[in-house]
Every structure is written in C-alpha cells, then in structure tokens.
Design a binder for this molecule. Structure first.
Ligand SMILES: *Cc1c(COP(=O)(O)O)cnc(C)c1O
Length: 459
C-alpha cells in the first residue's frame, strides 16, 4: 500500500528538501544542521532570484573564464596566499605577474609591487606610500607634516574619497563641467601646493570610460618640479584601463614612460579577465614604496615581508591571473580587447541609428563600453529606460548622473564584455528600442502609470 505523503523528516529526506515547506534560517544561529543536499538546494534556490551576471551590463568585473582557468581556481581554493613559506611557488607566481605588469607598463628597471584584493586595496596602499614618501621629504627638510592633501578630479571612483577619510588626508576635488568629464593640467594646477602628496589621474573613468590627460598633468608636474622645487608624484588609477590601453592604444602614453608617474593600480578582475577579487599595485621604482609600510614577521616559519591591508586570502586568483597572462599573451589580450571594442562600436552605431540617442565621446580613446543619453527628454528619461529594460528583458543597464558640476547630465552605460557577441549586441539594441517604444506609448497615454514606472513600483 502506498503511504500518504507527509511532511515528516523521512519523506523530506527521500523526496525533497525541508525548505520546500519551511522558511530558511535567517535570524538566529540554527540549532541543528541539515544534509548537504538540502543546504545546497537552499542556497541555490535563494540565488535563483538574483540578477544573471551575463545580463549585467553595469559591472566592469569579469563574469566568464575558460573551463581550464575555472579548474585551476577550483583546485586551489584551499591555498592561503599569505603562507609564503608553505607555498613558495604561489608567491613566486605573484612575483612573475608583478614583473610582467611592470614590463607592460614600461617600468624603467627592476621594481616592486604586490597582489591585492582589488584596486581599492591597491589604491589604499599606493596612496599610503604617497603620504609616507611626502612625510619623509618634509621631515628631511624640517617642515611640518600635519596637513597633507591629495588632488584628484570629480571623475574618480569613490575609493579615493574613502582613502582620504580613512587615512586623514585632505581631498582636493577638481569639479567637472557639464561638457567636460575628465581633468587636465589646467584643472590640476590651482590645487597644488607643498602639502600635496600626489596627483591622481584615471585611466578609464567609471563614468564614461575616458582617460584624464596624464601626459598634460605629467608636463605640468615637471614644470612645477623645475620652477618651484616641488616633486609631486602621479598615481594612475588604471583599475579598468590598465589592461585596455596597452593593447588597444599601445602608443598612447599614460604609464611609467611619463617621469612623474610613480605608481599604478589595476584590477585583475576587470579587464585582466579574472574573477573577483584580484588587483595589482606596481611601483615605478623600488624606492617609490615607503619602507616604513613594509612589515616583517616570521610566524609562518620564515621571515617574510608583507605590504598588505589584508593578511590571509586565497591564492587561486593569483594563479588564475598568471594563467591568463601566459594563455593570452599580448596577442591574445589584444584580440579580446579589439573584439570587445568592435562590438561596442556596433552597439554605438546601432543606438545612434535608432534616432533616439547621442553617444558620448566615442571618438576619443575609451574603454570598451557605450555611454549614451537620450536626445529628447520629453516624457521619460534614462532611468525610465533602465527600469523598463530590466522589466522586459532582465538586462541590468545602469543610469546615473555625472559628478559635480556635471550633475545635470544623466547617462546610460553599457559594458561590452567578452561574452557579448555580435548577435547579443543586436538583441540588446532591439530590446532598448522596444523599451523606448513601450515608454513612448505609456508616456503619451498614461501619465499616472508613468509615475509608477518612475518610482520603481510598476509591474
Ligand atoms: C573599479 C574601480 C576602482 C575600484 O576597484 P576594485 O577592484 O573594485 O576595488 C577604482 N577605480 C576605478 C577607476 C575603478 O573603475
């Protein structure tokens, strides 16, 4: 006789999982455990409601790696990177990556650098080194060290303001303008003085993917050095651009070819094509790393020098970065970057052809992305499009306003990554156009409903 199905533990163990009928633990530490299969299903089912990374056009971060790279990652998740004494090969592979990056960025000689959790950690460390080197210079001259400042544009990532607040440095932020989204020497000059620990230039801004005028800023700082005796270093935030410019624009100078550029950060998990989190900090010269920031300890069995904010962390992404460097080489990275850039060009052309949009700064050197905005803002704006596109197709396409004083400019930005093939570019264009058509109809006929869409409560 067939027993009536019930919800007792035996049935659940045999046919299902208990979270088909129970709520997931979420407020208190669970009294008892559960089977591995139930646990896996619980986590999987929760995540099913999350956005699909393949349709995430907002993030610069890698969402796809080759199966062979995935295997290396999976097989090395148990390796703690900081155990240099126990895992000297992982440490050596980090050194290889740093040397390769120093070569890619045209360091003039032997130098140093390190892996980090991402560009944010690399920037904290790089900027701390700027602060300590400034202190050394000031103290050697018997001058005060209580009012350090750092000069950067409004086009920087939030991490730069974070650094200033966390580490007590005055931020001197150069405002943008309604038609100018990067900075150059004339913008920087008025902000410099003897307490300036450094000037920051961005290679590939988060907002529109363009570069600050690093060549011009370098020229300015050489003049300042000659005329005023102030040796102000540049740190280039190449979080996104550091793996794009060397391959798409190899003749464009932004790196250690420029004398005042003393340190560079880059995110391995952006165009370095590795999963999060891996970043890199590279100095122009060993002497650009303030020695006071290096700590020596021997509790892992061997005296070791560390320059990090974190201690324990996985080695897998370092190994994955090395995999990409040797798997792709300059030729492979160039191929991947060109393919993304070509597809970004097609998307830009398609969007212009709809007659609805203007594309921002596509003739300048730029990351493989399309920044665009509506030509007319009659009945809806860029945020409405982002919302509609997400509702209709699940695309995550961010709409945002630019930093001051360009805060009245709202744009949409689509990253065109390795996984977005030509067919998908055409599909996306069609979906954006369809979303606009829906909004055209709504905007004309149902102003009340439009209000709903705008506040994000529609549908
Ligand atoms: C992404 C980004 C950062 C932060 O980098 P993480 O690797 O996410 O920590 C800093 N600066 C710029 C320009 C960025 O694009």
């Amino acid at each position: 006789m067939v027993k009536k199905p019930g919800h007792d533990g035996a049935d659940a163990a045999l046919y299902g999982n208990r979270f088909l009928t129970e709520e997931a633990p979420s407020t208190t530490f669970p009294d008892t455990g559960m089977s591995p299969t139930d646990t896996m299903r619980l986590v999987d089912e929760d995540l099913a409601l999350e956005g699909d990374p393949m349709r995430n056009l907002a993030t610069f971060v890698t969402t796809w790696m080759e199966p062979q790279a995935q295997r290396i990652i999976a097989e090395n998740l148990h390796r703690n990177f900081i155990d240099h004494a126990e895992y000297p090969i992982s440490a050596e592979i980090e050194r290889r990556c740093v040397r390769m990056l120093a070569d890619l960025f045209h360091a003039p000689g032997v130098t140093t650098g390190c892996r980090t959790q991402g560009s944010s950690e690399a920037i904290m460390l790089g900027a701390l080194s700027l602060k300590w080197k400034w202190k050394e210079r000031r103290q050697a001259a018997g001058l005060s060290v209580d009012r350090p400042n750092l000069v950067f544009g409004g086009d920087v990532h939030v991490v730069w303001e974070k650094f200033c607040r966390y580490f007590d440095v005055e931020p001197r932020i150069i405002p943008l303008a309604p038609d100018k989204y990067t900075i150059g020497p004339d913008d920087v000059a008025p902000f410099l003085d003897e307490n300036t620990i450094g000037a920051v230039a961005v290679l590939g801004t988060t907002f529109t993917g363009h570069m600050d005028d690093v060549v011009g800023i370098n020229r300015l700082l050489l003049d300042v050095k000659r005329e005023r005796g102030l040796d102000i270093p540049i740190h280039v935030d190449a979080a996104s651009g550091g793996f794009v410019w060397p391959f798409l624009y190899p003749d464009s100078e932004w790196d250690f070819r420029l004398e005042q550029v003393r340190s560079i950060n880059v995110s391995g998990h952006k165009y370095g094509l590795v999963y999060p989190g891996i970043g890199w900090l590279v100095f122009r010269d060993e002497t650009d790393l303030a020695q006071d920031l290096v700590f020596y300890e021997n509790y892992l069995g061997k005296t070791d020098a560390t320059f990090t904010l974190n201690f324990s962390t996985g080695a897998a992404m370092v190994l994955a970065q090395y995999y990409n460097f040797v798997r792709l080489g300059r030729e492979g990275y160039t191929y991947v970057m060109r393919q993304m850039k070509d597809n970004a060009k097609v998307l830009a052309d398609n969007l212009r052809a709809t007659g609805r949009f203007e594309v921002i700064g596509e003739d300048a050197e730029q990351l493989p992305l399309v920044a665009f905005r509506l030509l007319d803002h009659d009945s809806y704006d860029e945020s409405d499009i982002a919302w509609q596109l997400s509702a209709e197709r699940g695309w995550m396409l961010p709409a945002y306003t630019l930093p001051p004083n360009a805060q009245d400019v709202k744009i949409l930005r689509a990253l065109v990554k390795e996984t977005m093939g030509r067919g998908m570019v055409d599909r996306l264009t069609q979906d954006i156009d369809d979303a606009c058509t829906t909004l055209d109809l709504k905007g004309g006929a149902h102003p009340a409903e439009r209000q709903q869409v705008k506040s994000g409560t529609g549908y």
